[in-house]
Design a protein around this ligand. Structure first.
Ligand SMILES: Cc1cc2nc3c(=O)[nH]c(=O)nc-3n(C[C@H](O)[C@H](O)[C@H](O)COP(=O)(O)OP(=O)(O)OC[C@H]3O[C@@H](n4cnc5c(N)ncnc54)[C@H](O)[C@@H]3O)c2cc1C
Length: 458
């Protein structure tokens, strides 16, 4: 120990104890590596422990590419193959994981597995499994920088925790810090003018430390930096947080009409609010108004497989959170109320709704001035409703350039020897659509754990 500095040693050091970090750690341990996990927060689990606990991903690479235009097929293939390997391996470890068939067809073929009995318990069990296999987990200890040797390969990291600097010598370092959505600075850099209105829909510690440390170590970047996995969140006065983020998701939004403060449509609602949320960030004050009618309320399924009453349950949850849902007997009255209460410009709003209804009457999507790919239904069943929403970001898609072996690449596209990424810190995987968050931690955690252990043993 140097004065004020703790010095530790491991074959593999992992930054972050969410699903990506703990999967990496447990995998590297079974491959014979000594492993030290550092966690910035006081407890393990990250967003994974706050999540709905439904791990999932596309069932094959074509399904994955159908929502990742321009995606890297090798990265997608690695995701799909290692996801299944990962969930089966969890079961072998004695962790509770159960396959769940989709009750209603999703946009593409996929696998879904529930972490049981709930996400928090599952993550605690995974952490215990790391420790019982000989791994060490240091909480309250955050990655600061990566140390490179003269040959440019990783020789350790520096962290800060409990008022002390911690130097950890290691041949491999794995970044699993969960993305940069909780950093106001990085959000401002990448999300534009209204970034400060974006609600952080995940754990508060993921401020891009892994990404920034990788950049300092010479990593290249891979976008898209303006995109993220998120959902629309009812705006204040609604009180929202990790306790209700999952239950207030407006799953019915693909069948609704989205307008901005100017009363104009701005994106394709049918992509799902997990995608249109990217465009909301760039609307005035980052506000989006979801408009729907009784026909939508009666939908049996919202595309997320909830069955009858799904929309009612969402609306009730939004109201319970204190969210405002305006209701009116006709569209003119709704527009007037939205103008009075929220400042939405009524003239353009009525023009937008009339254009929508004309297109729906002719069942002709090409009549819409802002393209829409489906979900076109007339707004003709009173009462008509509107919810005022802000974008919520769960994890960011851009990050340090990473390949299908979970290796972090330098500016020339060559691996930085000994540096890996897992989970949301993997930059260059998602391009637009969302195909699961936990699954990226499972799959790339498996890959990073194997690769890091092999490198340490070499
Ligand atoms: C409300 C909610 C519901 C969700 N539901 C689902 C769902 O049902 N299915 C699904 O697939 N996904 C879901 N997700 C998304 C999923 O939780 C994430 O995609 C996933 O947890 C990301 O894994 P990760 O390992 O990259 O990050 P995390 O699990 O967030 O772990 C990252 C960890 O790194 C730590 N950290 C940050 N900085 C440092 C540092 N400098 N040094 C050390 N540690 C650091 C963080 O504190 C955190 O513990 C949900 C998320 C939320 C918030």
């Amino acid at each position: 120990m140097k004065d004020g500095i703790d010095q530790l040693q491991a074959d593999v050091v992992v930054a972050g104890s969410g699903i990506g970090g703990l999967t990496t750690a447990r995998t590297a341990l079974e491959r014979g590596a000594s492993v030290l996990v550092i966690e910035k927060a006081p407890e393990v689990g990250g967003s994974a422990a706050l999540s709905g606990g439904s791990a999932w991903t596309a069932a094959n690479v074509d399904a994955w590419l159908s929502v990742q235009p321009g995606g890297n097929p090798a990265m997608g293939q690695a995701l799909v193959a290692n996801y299944l390997d990962g969930v089966n391996w969890f079961a072998e470890l004695g962790l509770q994981v159960e396959e769940r068939p989709d009750p209603t067809p999703y946009k593409f073929a996929r696998y879904v597995h529930d972490f049981l009995p709930d996400a928090r318990t599952f993550m605690n069990d995974l952490a215990r499994s790391v420790e019982s296999a000989g791994g060490t987990i240091l909480t309250n200890t955050g990655l600061r920088s990566i140390r490179l040797g003269m040959d440019g390969s990783v020789c350790g990291i520096e962290a800060r925790g409990r008022g002390r600097t911690v130097e950890i010598g290691a041949r491999a370092a794995v970044l699993a810090t969960g993305g940069f959505q909780a950093s106001p600075d990085l959000r401002a850099r990448y999300f534009g003018r209204w970034a400060h209105h974006v609600i952080v829909r995940g754990n508060a510690y993921s401020t891009g430390d892994g990404f920034l440390a990788a950049l300092e170590a010479g990593a290249g970047t891979a976008g898209p930096f303006g995109r993220f996995y998120g959902h629309m969140i009812p705006a204040p006065p609604a009180k929202t947080g990790v306790h209700n983020f999952a239950s207030i998701k407006p799953d019915f939004s693909p069948y609704s009409v989205f307008v901005n403060l100017h009363g104009q449509r701005f994106d394709d609602e049918f992509l799902g609010d997990e995608v249109t949320v990217h465009a909301v960030v760039h609307q005035p004050e980052a506000l989006c108004f979801i408009i729907f009618d009784e026909r939508v309320r009666k939908l049996r399924a919202t595309g997320m497989g909830e069955g009858p009453g799904a929309v009612d349950r969402r609306m009730e949850n939004i109201r319970n959170a204190g969210g405002e849902i305006l209701e009116a007997p006709d569209l003119e009255s709704l527009a007037a109320e939205m103008a009075r209460r929220w400042g939405v410009t009524p003239g353009p709003l009525m023009a937008t709704l009339n254009e929508h209804n004309a297109a729906a009457a002719d069942d002709d999507l090409t009549m819409l001035s802002v393209p829409r790919s489906g979900g076109l239904q007339p707004l003709d069943s009173p009462p008509f409703r509107a919810i005022r929403c802000l974008p919520g970001a769960t994890f960011t898609y851009g990050g340090a350039h990473t390949n299908e072996r979970a290796q972090v690449l330098d500016l020339a596209g060559e691996p930085i020897q000994g540096l890996f990424a897992a989970g949301a810190d993997v930059g260059g995987l998602y391009t637009r659509g969302y195909t699961g968050g936990l699954g990226v931690g499972v799959a790339y955690g498996r890959i990073a754990g194997r690769e890091a252990a092999a490198l340490a043993a070499a």
